[in-house]
Design a protein around this ligand. Structure first.
Ligand code: ADP
Ligand code: MG
Length: 565
């Protein structure tokens, strides 16, 4: 109990930091229980991992809010935010992760048989390398219970806000469920606030934001489980081009759609921007590595003679990187692609007439995307939403053209059609079937790898001696997702070594395809919970659920990746 904890801390006060190890164990602190799972070895190591647990009756969460997975995700998100605020009020020492604007499945707060459990990272206090026993006593016997009281105990629970949070989340996901059946890729609700406060803030712009308003011709409505109806712009399957003058809000709209694969919290402004969960942003990313990707629909006949049906490089150019990322996303199952001119290689997107006359086709390895966007939809069923303010070339292939003028969208499909020319479309199929990607034996087991893969912030995974750079993977939104992907890579290394069951053909040498292994990983994750990704029992660390697409993206950017031939 609390006395034991106080006694241990008094006895190790002033001793070397390593003596904190003695804290490992479980303590009854009255209204909550504290479990110390892992103690940091020194003051500069990652913080110690502890759980604070409040019993079921003391938490008294309404059962109907926890009756489905979506309810549980939203409820634990709500409690995580409450605990995060309480921890921030105390100071630097205690963290539960800082959720952003998205509501994600996380391991920070868990519902267990015992009750509700908050997983904390605690920086145990030190003076130099010596233990500060009294400060630690205050931290663990006063501050930690205060967080539990503020965030987890029924008495302090804002029940109405919790209910609203869960209801919103269920409505959002129900709307997302309806998108494919309505032939939509995404939905942007009327009155949504799309712009953000600044380039480095994900909070809504408060001053001068123009609320979204759908063009009448594109307006759709949804009936939601709570009884609520929402209306807004439906982005249909096929090819949608967003045009408009510079600074009129094109990228802001596309970015909102890109983030719409996640549900946003109340007050974000993008609550009713919802995109199918399998939509992928694709951009140029020169310098990335590429392993065995068939980019021949876009690039062939390179001056080096390289075979682009199985293209590999350690240093892709703008256009080859964009082609590779696009094909990878399609092969990983993306149902639609989001592409912005701002982050595209211009030679990948279009080539004008004058250039065609100067450089004949036989000397140009690139077939621009404008010629492939239609076959991509017709042969593979993959839609595209594209921002193109600088070229009318896409009018010829667009199903819908949206013009933004001072942030207000108009349907200009008819006018754009009048300006369109018919472009010759290829007669024969250009994409062919999806190629199985089968990582070679030991492909995810780097030589000299002694430690588990780990995340460094949102952008980087340390994997053996390599760093996997995820900065350009724009739908990765939280460092806790990156941590989950790091663990996923270690799990995939195991899954890839397991022979493929006989009922799965296609995997030639009985080795599983990358796609099969990632699918198996997510099946497990659904069955055993997100925290099953963690190599640790007890406190799993702070993980948030990534999408399979981002796991693919991480594997595909790993510089050591080799494919089975
Ligand atoms: P574009 O891609 O058309 O050049 P952006 O989407 O980058 O334009 O937007 C330009 C600026 O306008 C950004 O600072 C953005 O935050 C702001 N903005 C975008 N949409 C709105 C809106 N609906 N209301 C107010 N400001 C907006
Ligand atoms: Mg832009």
């Amino acid at each position: 109990n609390a006395d034991t904890l106080t006694k241990i801390l008094a006895s190790i006060d002033g001793r070397g930091y390593g003596s904190y190890k003695q804290l490992t164990g479980s303590y009854d602190l009255g209204r909550c229980r504290l479990v110390v799972d892992r103690v940091q070895v020194d003051p500069f190591a990652p913080p110690s991992l502890m759980r604070v647990i409040v019993g079921r009756s003391a938490a008294a969460l309404p059962e109907d809010l926890l009756s489905d997975q979506r309810g549980r995700v939203a409820a634990t998100d709500f409690l995580t935010r409450a605990a995060s605020a309480a921890a921030a009020a105390i100071g630097e020492g205690i963290s539960i992760g800082t959720p952003g604007q998205e509501v994600l499945e996380r391991t920070s707060v868990a519902l267990t048989d015992e009750g509700v459990e908050a997983r904390l990272a605690v920086q145990l206090p030190a003076a130099g390398r010596r233990i500060r026993g009294r400060a630690a006593t205050r931290l663990l016997t006063e501050d930690v219970p205060r967080i539990a009281a503020a965030a987890l105990l029924h008495a302090s629970l804002d029940a109405a806000a919790l209910r609203a949070h869960v209801t919103l989340h269920r409505d959002q996901e129900a709307l997302r469920d309806q998108l494919p059946g309505r032939g939509l890729v995404a939905f942007v609700g009327n009155d949504a606030i799309l712009p953000r406060r600044s380039g480095d803030s994900d909070l809504p712009l408060t001053e001068g934001a123009v609320p979204f308003c759908s063009p009448e011709s594109m307006q759709v409505s949804f009936q939601l489980p709570s009884g609520r109806t929402v209306s807004g712009m439906g982005v249909t399957e096929g090819i949608t081009v967003i045009v408009g003058g510079g600074y009129h809000g094109k990228s802001t709209l596309l970015r909102a759609i890109e983030r719409g694969v996640y549900a946003h919290r109340v007050g974000d402004g993008r609550e009713w921007v919802l995109t199918r969960g399998d939509v992928a942003s694709v951009r140029a990313e020169d310098g990335r590595s590429v392993a065995g990707v068939d980019i021949s629909p876009f690039i062939s006949g390179l001056p080096s003679g390289t075979d682009t049906r199985s293209f590999s490089t350690t240093n892709a150019s703008g256009s080859t990187s964009q082609a590779a990322s696009l094909v990878e996303a399609v092969d990983a199952g993306a149902s639609a692609l989001l592409i912005d001119e701002d982050t595209s290689a211009s030679n990948f997107m279009i080539r004008d007439d004058r250039m065609r006359r100067l450089i004949p086709a036989e000397h140009e390895p690139i077939t621009p995307f404008v010629q492939r966007i239609r076959p991509l939809y017709e042969e593979r069923g993959v839609s595209t939403v594209l921002v193109a303010g600088g070229s009318g070339a896409f009018f010829d292939v667009a199903d819908h053209v949206i013009a933004l003028q001072e942030y207000v969208p108009r349907d200009v499909t008819a006018q754009a059609r009048e300006l369109a020319e018919t472009t010759p479309q290829p007669g024969s199929s250009v994409f062919g079937p999806t190629r199985a990607r089968i990582p070679a034996a030991g492909a995810l087991r780097p030589t000299g790898k002694t430690k588990p893969a780990s995340a460094r912030g949102r952008d980087t995974i340390r994997f053996g001696r390599e760093h996997i750079d995820l900065a350009a993977v724009s739908q990765l939104v939280d460092a806790a997702q990156t941590t989950a992907i790091a663990h996923a890579l270690d799990r995939l290394a195991e899954l890839l070594e397991q022979p493929e069951p006989a009922e799965h053909p296609g995997a030639a040498g009985s080795r599983p395809t990358l796609d099969a292994a990632i699918t198996a990983l997510f099946v497990r994750l659904d069955a055993d919970g997100l925290e099953s990704l963690s190599p640790h029992r007890g406190h799993p660390g702070h993980l948030a659920r990534p999408r399979p697409l981002e796991v693919h993206a991480a594997v595909n950017r790993y510089r050591g990746l080799r494919l089975h031939e």
